[in-house]
Design a protein around this ligand. Sequence first.
Ligand SMILES: *Cc1c(COP(=O)(O)O)cnc(C)c1O
Length: 354
Amino acid sequence: MTYTPVRPDALLPPVRVNLYSDTQTRPSPEMKAAMVAAELGDEQHGDDPTVHTLCDRMAALLGKQAAVFLPSGTMCNQIAILTHCRPGDEIIAHETAHIVNNEGGGPAALTGASVLGLKGPRGQFDADTLRAAFREKRRNSPLQTLVEVEQTANHGGGSVWPLARLNAVLDAAHAHGMATHMDGARLMNAVVAAGIPAAEMVAGCDSVWVDFTKGLGAPLGAVLCGSADFIDTAWRWKQRLGGSMRQAGICAAACLYALDHNVDRLADDHVNARALARGLAQIPGITVEETETNLVFFDTTGAGLAADELATRLRKQGIMLSTTDRHRARACTHLDVDLAGIETAVQAIRNAIA
Ligand SMILES: *Cc1c(COP(=O)(O)O)cnc(C)c1O
C-alpha cells in the first residue's frame, strides 16, 4: 500500500484538478500575508511568540496540558512512539495505519518497537478485537505499551471512528496498562463531519496531533499534544532528531490562520467529496467506497483497468489522483478543488475508462 506519485513531466499538461492529496494545497495570499506579518523569535530557545500562541491554542482545543510544534505529522507519530515506548515494546494499531505502511519502518528503526497490525473494516477495530490481541505478561512476550488509532482512518476510506467505539478501544487499552495515541492528521475533518468538539473526541487519548498541511492548507507544520510530562520528553526527542527550529513562527502563523479560516470550511470538502463519489458511482466498472469525509476511494477492477493506468491517463488530461493498490485509487478533495473541478474530473474518468 504505497502511493505511486505520477511524476511531473515537462511533456504533461499543467494540472487542472489536483485530487492527488490534500497535502497539495498551496498557501493562499491571505495565509502568506499572515506569515509575513508574524512576530518571530528563536523557537528552539523557547521564545517564538507565534509558536507559543499556536501551541497554547492547540492544547486548549484538544483539552491537553501542553503542545509542541513539529515540522511534520510523521515526526509527531515517531516522537510520540519514542516517548511512550521502549525498545522491544509492542504497539497495537490497525494494519493499514500510516505508522505501519508510510513512515519508513520508523517504529522499528527509531524506537525499536514492533507493531501488531489488527484487522477490521474501514481502518478501524473494536474493543473486542483489541482485547483478543492482548498478551499475558510473560517474560518471552513483548511488553504491549501503546495503542494507536487514526482519526480519520486514511486507508480506511477517510472513515470517522464513532465516539463510542473509539472510547471503548481507548478504555480497553488503559485497562491493559497501555498508553493511547491518536494520529490526527485529519482530526479536524472528523470533528467537522461528526459535529463533536475536538477535546471531547480525543479525551481518551494520552497523546494526539493535528496536521496543518492536509486539509487545513498550511505549507508545513503539525502540533503534538499531551500531558506536560509527555511534552517535556517529546521536546527532548525533537531536539535529538533535529526537529527544533528557529524563526518557526513564520510557519506557525500559517497554522493559526488555518485554525481561524480553514476548519469550518472542511464541510465544503466533504460535500465535494460526496459529489465526486456520486459521480464516480454512475460510471460503469467503478465501485466507490463509502465516503464520510474528504477522501474518496474507488475500485477499478470492473473497468478492467489498473488504478495506475487510470492515473496515468488522467494525468495526461491535467487531472491528478493517487493509487493505493493495483485497483484501488484515491481522490482527495481540499480547498484548491471546487465543484466545477469535481465535474471535470468525473467526466475525465468516464472518458479514460470508456
Ligand atoms: C499525511 C499523514 C501522516 C503524515 O503526515 P506528514 O505531515 O505528511 O508527515 C500521518 N498519518 C496520516 C493518517 C496521514 O494521512
